[in-house]
Design a protein around this ligand. Structure first.
Ligand SMILES: Nc1nc2c(ncn2[C@@H]2O[C@H](COP(=O)(O)OP(=O)(O)OP(=O)(O)O)[C@@H](O)[C@H]2O)c(=O)[nH]1
Ligand SMILES: [Mg+2]
Length: 456
């Protein structure tokens, strides 16, 4: 039997409420040793799911706080075990004392992710759901939360399980024909299985194809600000960021190195890079800065090409136009809209998905720029189905599973013996089972939950 564990589940710091969580066979007994309800009834006797008001006591028997206790009974709890939650006032000092009393009463301090790990080991969550827990916690945009929340609800797990079930049926039939060679699988059925596996492969590859978007949803869209010196790139960078991050001066060539910051624009998480102004230079440091700017533009999925709206296009702007043309996507930002305008926008050509006038100085037009970014990548602001794969471990297992399924359907099409096809099908079952954690190595499980915080 697993030991009873406890931890503070809420973030460190002062807050309205702080929670000490206890889980395990002795959870209620441990809670009873530190908590006395106002009604005088022991927690062991109260109905699970009903909040009990009372006091929590320290090791010395003195009251530490007035609090509420919630008891849940196995298997109907987050972990699948008996649990007790002491919901106290959010004072870090009080919570530390309550935790100490709980540990003295017989619980041991939980390791990172141990509550969720128990939920997984007790079959309350599959591994895609457990991993979604941390994704929900760490999500930086509404879209990322929605995607993770749907996965917490089992969106990926259900899809994977369907595939697992199909493979299992095929494997069962093939096993039977290996064990009873007289019962051959007829050709029609072999063709049917090959078709079914082909469909399954398509569905797995479709899921895998969402991972590219998933990575961007989770880590942010790489985005670079480009332009000739002095057009206001660093001013725009600061304005979008909402703070004075980059140095701005009136002399061209101020920014040398690239600067990267993560922020949310129009609901989309982006990794925005400010770069050195593009121009020919004989200064070694500036030259290196320009080379870095070009590399940042190449790595970016979206380039903000900045132009000075108060002056006509110059020869130096040509470099920006060229970089925008070779970028995967570019928005033209005509800056300094607060000054009299002298730029002929039609001269910019058709390299841009959007042209937006802004003033980094007054903030005018920044909302339109944010909308243009969100519009260019709608999947970064709308991902409610939970169908976007964001987890590298899951993606790797899905890739391996699709390769096995591919080989299995090829083998069937080639008319190999059932045992030869079985090798590939078993391989696929193994890989697909790793996604949801049906069959997974203990050390992999350990590694997954180490990333969680204590108390989750
Ligand atoms: N009037 C006006 N001035 C601006 C605006 N944006 C930037 N400037 C001014 O333009 C000058 C250059 O701004 P920076 O942001 O340093 O330009 P940059 O493109 O980063 O320049 P480099 O780093 O040299 O490539 C500064 O004097 C800014 O105050 C704007 O929207 N309106
Ligand atoms: Mg600059």
């Amino acid at each position: 039997m697993r030991t009873t564990i406890a931890a503070v589940a809420t973030a460190p710091g002062i807050a309205a409420i702080g929670i000490v969580r206890i889980s395990g066979a002795d959870a209620v007994a441990v809670a009873d040793r530190v908590f006395r309800s106002a009604s005088g009834r022991a927690l062991a006797e109260v109905r699970p799911g009903l909040l009990q008001v009372g006091h929590v006591f320290g090791t010395d028997g003195e009251s530490l706080d007035e609090c509420v206790c919630l008891v849940s009974r196995a298997p109907k709890s987050y972990t699948g075990e008996d649990t007790a939650e002491l919901q106290c006032h959010g004072s870090p000092a009080a919570l530390a004392e309550v935790l100490r009393a709980v540990l003295d009463a017989g619980a041991r301090l939980a390791r990172p992710g141990e509550f969720t790990k128990r939920a997984f080991l007790n079959g309350r969550l599959d591994l895609t759901q457990a991993e979604a827990v941390i994704d929900v916690i760490e999500a930086e945009t509404a879209a990322a939360v929605k995607n993770a929340a749907a996965q917490l609800g089992g969106a990926i797990g259900r899809r994977i399980d369907r595939g697992y079930g199909e493979l299992l049926d095929v494997a069962a039939h093939f096993h039977a024909s290996v064990d009873y060679p007289d019962e051959e699988i007829d050709e029609f059925q072999t063709g049917e299985y090959a078709f079914q596996l082909g469909q399954l492969e398509n569905s797995l590859r479709e899921l895998l194809a969402t991972f590219e978007r998933g990575r961007v949803l989770k880590n942010g869209l790489p985005m670079a600000i480009l332009g000739r010196p002095n057009v206001g790139k660093s001013s725009l960078f600061n304005a979008l960021l909402g703070r004075d991050r980059a140095i701005v001066t009136s002399s061209p060539g101020t920014t040398r190195d690239t600067l990267e910051e993560k922020l949310v624009l129009g609901g989309a998480l982006v990794r925005l890079t400010d770069t050195a102004g593009l121009r020919g230079s004989t200064d070694a440091a500036e030259e290196e800065g320009v080379a870095r700017a070009v590399r940042a533009a190449e790595d970016a999925q979206l380039v903000l090409a900045v132009f000075d709206g108060s002056s006509p296009l110059t020869e130096e702007d040509e470099r920006t136009l060229a970089a925008a043309r070779s970028a995967s996507r570019a928005i033209a930002v005509i800056n300094k809209s607060d000054l009299p305008q002298n730029l002929d926008v039609s001269a910019l050509g058709d390299a841009f998905s959007d042209v937006v006038r802004v003033s980094a100085k007054t903030g005018d037009g920044l909302d339109r720029l944010e909308s243009a970014v969100a519009l260019a990548y709608p999947e970064l602001t709308d991902a409610s189905g939970g169908e976007i794969l964001t987890n590298a471990r899951q993606a790797e297992a899905v890739a391996r599973a699709s390769d096995f399924v591919h080989e299995a359907s090829l083998a069937l099409a080639r008319g190999v013996t059932p045992d030869a096809a079985l090798v590939e099908i078993e391989g696929a079952l193994g890989a697909i089972g790793e996604v949801t954690g049906r069959n997974i190595r203990e050390d992999t499980v350990e590694r997954i939950f180490e990333r969680f915080c204590v108390g989750k």
